[in-house]
Design a protein around this ligand. Structure first.
Ligand code: SF4
Length: 204
């Protein structure tokens, strides 16, 4: 009895098979053995890639991912530049066991996207356009504004004389990809600066 798989053999499948078989047979008549090359071409695109573990950036579940990177920068030529070729769920993760929701599964389009914002941006007061600035300028500006805001809005004592040392000048919101350790460090830092508004996307 014919299996359902063979029943579904389509015209497109037939044409593909015919073309492949024809090509292999044609080169074989000239003495070339194309079988190894054909087998190589059938390999997965992640065959030689380096696995890099990461965390989905989208929501507080924090699903674990494996990012596959080819090219290790051995030379300065383009084709050995580290290149992200695939992202999938990490099967070893106790959180998601290899699965990703549709949003997480589309992360490749976030990482490799010509519209991705790749530099800090600044919009000057009153300006309508955002300008790219360097990371150095962005961090200098951030430090300056944080210092000024803290100096301006720092409350040492309440009206009744209680010491509070409270910084009302700014707050902190961490991203979904921040690990426990990073969360610990940022909490320490912002508490040390006197912040009372310290939040994390995992709780939002
Ligand atoms: S894969 Fe989906 S559920 Fe998991 S962290 Fe990403 S967005 Fe959240």
């Amino acid at each position: 009895m014919e299996s359902s798989q063979s029943m579904e053999f389509s015209r497109r499948d037939f044409l593909k098979l015919s073309a492949t078989a024809g090509a292999v047979a044609g080169w074989a008549t000239f003495g070339f053995d194309l079988a190894p090359a054909y087998a190589q071409a059938q390999g997965l695109k992640i065959d030689r890639a380096t696995e890099v573990r990461s965390v989905c950036p989208y929501c507080a579940v924090g699903c674990s991912m494996i990012a596959y990177v080819t090219g290790h920068g051995e030379t300065t030529s383009f084709n050995t530049q580290p290149t992200l070729v695939h992202i999938e769920g990490d099967p070893d993760s106790p959180i998601n066991g290899g699965s990703l929701c549709p949003k997480g599964a589309s992360t490749m389009q976030l990482a490799v996207n010509q519209d991705r914002v790749a530099a800090p941006k600044h919009r000057a007061p009153g300006a309508t356009e955002w300008q790219d600035i360097s990371w150095e300028d962005a961090l200098d500006r951030l430090a300056r504004l944080m210092k000024d805001a803290r100096d301006e809005r720092f409350v040492e004592t309440e009206d009744d004389g209680d010491t509070v040392n409270r910084n009302e000048g700014f707050a902190w919101v961490g991203g979904a990809t921040i690990s426990n350790e990073e969360g610990y460090l940022t909490t320490k830092l912002f508490r040390a600066l006197g912040c009372v508004g310290v939040e994390q996307q995992a709780r939002v």
